[in-house]
Write a protein that binds this ligand. Structure first.
Ligand SMILES: [Zn+2]
Length: 225
């Protein structure tokens, strides 16, 4: 069974999909308004239901032009962190050129919840820093396009913390990502599928009274015919 842990599109392929905005609630740093107040944010919190499996995608971005100041981004990220802890949901994190900022916030908060660093593009030093947290990593099209040497970063990620994703692009399928990952890690495809399925259960294990099969049913969205 293939699992796409971070997607913005409903796919035609038969696999499990975590769709941002359907299976999660949150405010992406690109969407933030500088005048967003806590009470506006609290309105978003009212949309939470037990079917929401995670908070996000949220995070920090220093590369994108024209978005709000990093300190304001941090403020809203902290609200989302508190929310994730309140509702016992993992956080889906977008972090671009802002890992030191994110690590600072995690440390300040002594953050203990699970986090998914989606489209992870860090190096081995960063992996060591994130190892202090309950962090999972997901790789997608940007990883697939790297040189063979740079792709090897995936070998340094603990296999129990690994996910794959298609994100917002449609050219590279989740199947291609599984195939390439199995090749780079020197694993049978079946073995990789089993591992990531197990990671799915672990990643959502803080949800009360929700089993892995409930999660699977929730992600088995109806496919477009
Ligand atoms: Zn995304």
């Amino acid at each position: 069974m293939l699992i796409d842990i971070h997607s913005h599109h409903l796919s035609r392929e038969d696999h499990l999909q975590f769709i941002v905005g359907v299976h999660s609630l949150g405010v992406h740093p690109w969407q933030l308004q500088s005048d967003m107040t806590k009470s506006e944010f609290d309105k978003l919190k009212k949309l939470f239901s037990p079917k929401i499996l995670a908070i996000g995608e949220c995070g920090l971005d220093r590369r994108r032009q024209g978005i709000i100041d990093i300190l304001l981004q941090e403020k809203v990220l902290k609200w989302q962190m508190d929310w994730a802890q309140e509702v016992k949901r993992p956080l889906i994190i977008h972090c671009v050129h802002a890992h030191s900022d994110l690590l600072k916030v995690l440390k300040e908060r002594s953050y203990r919840g699970k986090i998914l660093l989606h489209d992870f593009s860090g190096n081995s030093e960063l992996l060591k820093s994130y190892a202090h947290y309950d962090a999972y990593y997901s790789f997608g099209a940007n990883w697939l396009k790297l040189t063979p040497n740079k792709k090897n970063i995936i070998k340094q990620v603990e296999t129990s913390r690994l996910f794959l994703e298609t994100d917002d692009q449609l050219k590279i399928s989740i199947k291609e990502l599984y195939q390439e990952t199995a090749f780079v890690l020197g694993l049978e495809l079946k073995r990789l599928e089993e591992m990531i399925l197990q990671n799915l259960g672990n990643f959502f294990s803080d949800l009360d009274n929700v089993s892995t099969s409930d999660i699977i049913n929730n992600l088995r969205v109806s496919f477009i015919s």
